[in-house]
Design a protein around this ligand. Structure first.
Ligand SMILES: C[S@@+](CC[C@H](N)C(=O)[O-])C[C@H]1O[C@@H](n2cnc3c(N)ncnc32)[C@H](O)[C@@H]1O
Length: 308
């Protein structure tokens, strides 16, 4: 049985099912975390993940690809999702079960998309590498899946700790030291410099080579939390090697071509084509989601719930 959140993720990310799988396992790993009191989604992006995690639902004809840009620059590493205009309409069929006080991100277009979901009380644009524009002890609960994209995790933890109320909770997704080993680009080209693998840069698109800069052991992350006055209330390790490797390539290489093909489908046939596609994906995505052990120390990500 595919859970409703997995259904929603497959429907929204149908052209990128590897993203749906990853995010479904994120939702499972963060099961123990609640948004309570004044809450912050630090690096909320377009808000789709947090919306689905909150039990929100979209009509089947909505997807994450409604507004994209620079598809012709996909292989020059453009962020094709960084696009918005006022016709963006997320087709919400069921409101989320809770709301989040603040969604924070550095991309205005993504925040405009997030604002349309009815999930965030307000959105705030800012740079997560700078001091945060929030008061001391402002938040009771914070979620973030972006600390590993930032320059200095220690400085970010100090800021998150500053804006957290005593007794409040922070849920963080952070890469384990094993993650770079599972990346095809990193293990075959990054580490060896062997030119025959240079083409993998087209698939990596700067993710593991540049963006996902921080990968650390549990002990290393804990030392950083302690220095920021945070302690670990819960810890899970998710995303096993086969899932990371499936995601590392996934449908990504064909994405611009798939988008063109979808645009060429007659509008009155689109829902039917998509429904068949999503039904087929489920046959593979569901069993794949059970691969590996939920708490294997070799899994690629940590999910922490921290307190102060
Ligand atoms: C992996 S996505 C996570 C989005 C969302 N939280 C989720 O779980 O799907 C990373 C997000 O971090 C944001 N981000 C990256 N660098 C940032 C920075 N320096 N300041 C604020 N946000 C940043 C990106 O715009 C993007 O929305």
């Amino acid at each position: 049985m595919v859970s409703e959140s997995f259904n929603q993720l497959l429907n929204v990310f149908w052209l990128r099912p590897e993203t749906a799988l990853w995010r479904y396992l994120d939702i499972a790993a963060m099961r123990g975390f609640r948004f309570e009191g004044r809450s912050l989604d630090f690096g909320c992006g377009d808000g789709l993940f947090s919306f689905i995690r909150a039990g929100g639902q979209f009509s089947p004809s909505f997807d994450a690809f409604q507004k994209t840009d620079k598809l012709d620059q996909f292989y020059a590493k453009a962020d094709v999702f960084d696009a918005y205009d006022s016709s963006y309409s997320p087709l919400v069929s069921q409101a989320p079960e809770y709301t989040i006080s603040v969604g924070f991100d550095h991309k205005a277009n993504l925040l405009s998309k997030a604002s349309a979901l009815g999930l965030y009380g307000e959105t705030v644009e800012g740079d997560g590498n700078s001091p945060l524009p929030f008061a001391d002890e402002e938040f009771q609960s914070i979620f973030s899946n972006i600390v590993y994209w930032l320059d200095e995790p220690a400085a970010v933890f100090a800021e998150l700790s500053r804006v957290l109320k005593p007794g409040g909770k922070i849920c963080l997704m952070l890469p384990n030291s094993t993650l770079p080993e599972y990346s095809f680009y990193n293990s075959l080209f990054g580490k060896t410099g062997d030119q025959q693998w240079q083409w993998l840069d087209l698939i990596d698109r700067g993710r593991l080579s540049d963006n996902i800069r921080q990968a650390k052991t549990d002990d290393q992350w804990r030392a950083l939390f302690e220095a920021a006055g945070l302690f670990v209330a819960e810890h899970k390790q998710h995303l096993p090697k086969p899932i990371i490797q499936a995601w590392d390539i996934g449908f990504r290489p064909m994405f611009p071509a798939l988008m063109k093909m979808v645009d060429a489908v007659r509008p009155d046939q689109r829902d039917e084509v998509k429904a068949e596609w999503v039904k087929t994906l489920k046959m593979f995505a569901e069993p794949l989601s059970h691969v590996g052990n939920a708490d294997d120390k070799a899994n690629a990500f940590h999910c922490y719930v921290l307190s102060k």
